[in-house]
Design a protein around this ligand. Structure first.
Ligand SMILES: Cc1cc2nc3c(=O)[nH]c(=O)nc-3n(C[C@H](O)[C@H](O)[C@H](O)COP(=O)(O)OP(=O)(O)OC[C@H]3O[C@@H](n4cnc5c(N)ncnc54)[C@H](O)[C@@H]3O)c2cc1C
Length: 436
């Protein structure tokens, strides 16, 4: 490591790496520290990396749409011209199967206000595009132990369904973060790995640096908590765990890989599907596979994790069966393999499932946490917002009293970043689920 950094960022997931990149562009000297051996080994590496713009709140929708332009211009955004490996955004579109009008009308309002294109599909259009889909309705999703779970529904889906052409997924979330690391290093940012932060050092109620597990002390003017599902532990280290109105905690999540039905090829052009009717989302995965996860239906138990370093990282038969059979309700010819294959990871969930991008009550200590299973897509804009908040606060602005108003880079919106405050009231507009 060279000279004393201006700021330390704890974490090298999509959020920590993006903050470093944006701070370096503003002339700050940053150091990212991660306890893992390389960037993107936390939630980010486990992510399905789905990119979509439909969020419950206007602010969430604006963040997602602003970042969309970074994904389509990835090499330019990072100013990486001669890199061998770049992650790719597959813009295959995003279909929502949801017949509940309340949510969809809010989504429509947000998209109209921000002029984000969308199409309304009827079932005929879905059946033509995705001929392997069943038109039965299974809402509300059931638990595995419900006698109705395996019963074939005789209710047919009808109505209007949203298709968002400006959606899709990023093919390699870990490579994405390595791309950001490389771009950051080119403009002076530094990264150290296999180094666990165990203490936030303070003097006179202001941060002064961190202590690592091997005893090293690194001084810095400010520190950012971008520790993903470990965010509550890092806040505890800083002595501020209880001081915010909105808290965070870790939630265990499983996603599964499945083969494509024989008569249909899940290549990289099939759209992403968010099927609220069955409670499952899925997208194409390389090798003619499907990657499927849960949309958090109310009936499902939420498994909160007290120690994010020790939890069951094996897929469980019960969750696998629940998710795979729900997907089979929509794709009746889904081949059900005789072995379980998937990813187990953690979400860093806030009380209202919306992120916290803010300062904290400890001077020089910033929060980019509570990403609630849905902020991979917002990495670039989260980096910009945090860089603006940090820059303003380090220049003496009282962000709590006068929240930073951020002119978004890619769309014509001025965002009140106070809406991501640690001390906001719980936002009742949220879906209180991974949908945000
Ligand atoms: C299964 C799954 C599917 C998902 N699917 C999607 C999706 O389709 N679309 C989407 O937008 N979002 C999705 N997400 C959410 C998204 O992945 C997260 O919101 C995002 O990756 C969070 O990034 P992060 O940088 O905050 O956290 P992380 O990637 O977890 O990074 C935090 C880093 O901090 C490090 N760290 C923690 N404590 C310390 C310490 N004391 N010292 C040093 N280092 C430390 C960790 O090692 C880790 O590398 C999904 C998440 C999961 C788990």
């Amino acid at each position: 490591m060279s000279a004393k950094p201006d700021g330390i960022i704890i974490g090298t997931g999509i959020i920590g790496a993006s903050i470093a990149y944006e701070l370096c562009k503003k002339g700050f000297k940053t150091l990212n520290i991660d306890k893992q051996p390389a960037a993107g080994y936390g939630s980010t590496g486990d992510s399905c990396a789905i990119i979509r713009t439909n969020y419950s709140t206007l602010e969430g929708t604006a963040l997602a749409y602003d970042s969309y332009f970074d994904w389509i211009n990835w090499a330019d955004y990072l100013n990486l011209k001669n890199v061998k490996w770049l992650s790719r955004f597959r813009e295959v579109g995003f279909l929502v199967i949801d017949q509940r009008k309340a949510l969809t009308s809010k989504v429509k309002q947000n998209h109209d206000e921000l002029k984000i294109p969308y199409e309304i599909w009827d079932w005929q259009k879905i059946a033509t595009t995705l001929p392997h889909f069943s038109d039965r309705s299974y809402y509300p999703p059931k638990r595995l132990d419900d006698p109705e779970f395996l019963r074939l529904s005789d209710t047919v889906l009808n109505g209007d369904f949203f298709f968002f052409p400006r959606g899709g997924y990023v093919d390699d979330p870990q490579l994405t973060v390595r791309n950001i690391q490389e771009a950051t290093e080119l403009i002076g940012g530094e990264f150290i790995f296999s180094s666990k932060v165990i203490k936030i050092l303070q003097n006179d109620s202001k941060v002064t640096g961190v202590m690592l597990q091997d005893g090293r002390i690194i001084e810095a003017g400010f520190i950012v908590n971008a520790a993903g599902p470990h965010s509550f532990l890092v806040n505890r280290m800083a002595g501020i765990e209880k001081s915010s109105n909105i808290k965070t905690k870790a939630l265990r999540r499983e996603v599964h890989f499945l083969p494509s039905p024989e008569e249909f090829t899940y290549d990289e052009t099939v759209c992403v599907v968010s099927d609220v009717d069955t409670g499952i989302y899925h997208r194409p995965e390389s090798g003619n596979q499907i990657l499927a996860g849960s949309l958090d239906p109310e009936c499902d138990e939420r498994v909160w994790i007290e120690n994010p370093d020790r939890y069951n990282r094996n897929n469980t038969n019960e969750i696998w069966k629940t998710q795979v059979y729900r997907l089979a309700n929509r794709i009746p010819n889904l081949p059900i393999p005789n072995h379980v294959r998937g990813i187990v990871g953690l979400y860093d969930v806030s009380d209202d499932w919306l992120p916290i991008y803010d300062r904290s009550d400890l001077e020089g200590f910033y929060l980019a946490i509570g990403t609630s299973g849905n902020q991979f897509k917002n990495g670039p804009v989260a980096g910009r917002i945090m860089a603006q908040i940090i820059s303003a606060c380090e220049n003496g602005i009282d962000h709590d009293q006068t929240p930073v108003q951020s002119k978004l880079q890619n769309i014509d919106v001025i965002l009140n970043t106070g809406s991501f405050s640690r001390n906001r009231d719980i936002n009742r507009e949220s879906t209180f689920s991974v949908q945000g």
